[in-house]
Write a protein that binds this ligand. Sequence first.
Ligand SMILES: Cc1ncc(COP(=O)(O)O)c(C=O)c1O
Length: 441
Amino acid sequence: MTEDLRARDLKHLWHPYTHTETFEAEPYLCIERGEGAYLYTTGGKALLDGIASWWCVAFGHGNPRLLKALHTQAGLLQQSILGNMAHPSAVLLAERLGRMCPGDLNYAYFASDGSSVTEAAMKMAVQYWAHQRRPEKTRFLSLEEGYHGDTFGAMGAGYISWFHAPYGSLVKPSLVAPTPFTPCNSGEPEEMAQALRAAEGLETLLKQHHQEIAAFIMEPLCQGAAGMRIYAPVYLQRARELCSQYEVLLIADEIAVGLGRTGALLACDIGDVAPDIVCLGKALTGGYLPMAVAVADQKIYDSFRTNGGERRVFFDGHTYCGNPITSALALEALNLIEEAQDSEALGARIAQLHAGIQALGAMPGVAYWKTLGMIGMFAIAEDAGGVAAARAISLHARELGLFVRPLGEVLYLWPPLNVTEDELAAMLRLLGQALASVCRT
Ligand SMILES: Cc1ncc(COP(=O)(O)O)c(C=O)c1O
């Protein structure tokens, strides 16, 4: 990065999740271009993108098929609204999503980003109960350390004190159920035991408060922002059973983990569970343009029909919702996702990531490790330096040619789904080298 560009950046650009003084004091990356699994800095340094640029670049940078879909649609129609109108790409995408999703999840509602779509899903849930003459059902239930975005409604459902404290008095907090996650290695018996304990805690809350709860919103199988907190699928099944029993809608926030990341199309598929609303985003457009979707089930959509003269409308809508270019991109991204799932390569990469993370998990300094499909994580033990050591490892990995960004004491890999065997091997090797250089004993 040239001194001139850095000076202009520090003068005008407000960076998200960035501590000003630390940022100003240290050298940082400036990325100019990407190709496949690699990012290239303005200085020409190549870095493997170990986190798919905040979990969305599912098929690598500069993917020719996504680029073609984008260009073709941009030349045809760049924008047209969906209020009382339609355009072919959005219709085809909605139909495709309806076919992909389990159960009666048939209606796709588009928004511009993940936070807006979780809010839309929450609004749908509240209005659904109002339509059932249950206006008292307006509260939400969420998981401890859940994350659903940074808008006010989303913050209420996923309140992280060190993120969101300044807005605390303006946020309507949800009821919080115990997390099904526990810090042990993947597959250890404690993982299942904790999931079952957490399900009991969920039942206690539902028993007490179901009359006032509109929906339980949760991240299936992995609480991403909290630190890739992977947990056992049995919790999903219990959550589905309990939500049905206590008449509470289940909103599965699969914005991060949906669309192939877990090895299944949806994380809910692994638990063989159909939520009432599923939220998708990030990988939906392969990291080209922002788009998210809430796919709602038939009963929720039907509840918005006029009833006894009462005219019902879902009052939500974003300028770019279901934009033709993002819709065309998403259609091609879904082709890529389904092809990846049918290929043997994805299964092989999942096994490779699992074996690699397991090996890193045995190295000094690691407290525990977990994998889920194409997500692999490990946590640095408190006595090995915890958060500070994880940060040092990530900085060292960058020097070695791997871009990773820790979540507290957790380091993780979230490679593109089409990463090659050699690229994944390099990611694991560089992360191991960085770990070994920081945690020596
Ligand atoms: C599970 C989950 N929900 C919602 C969001 C918010 O999405 P966005 O950043 O597109 O607003 C995120 C973002 O990381 C997420 O991981």
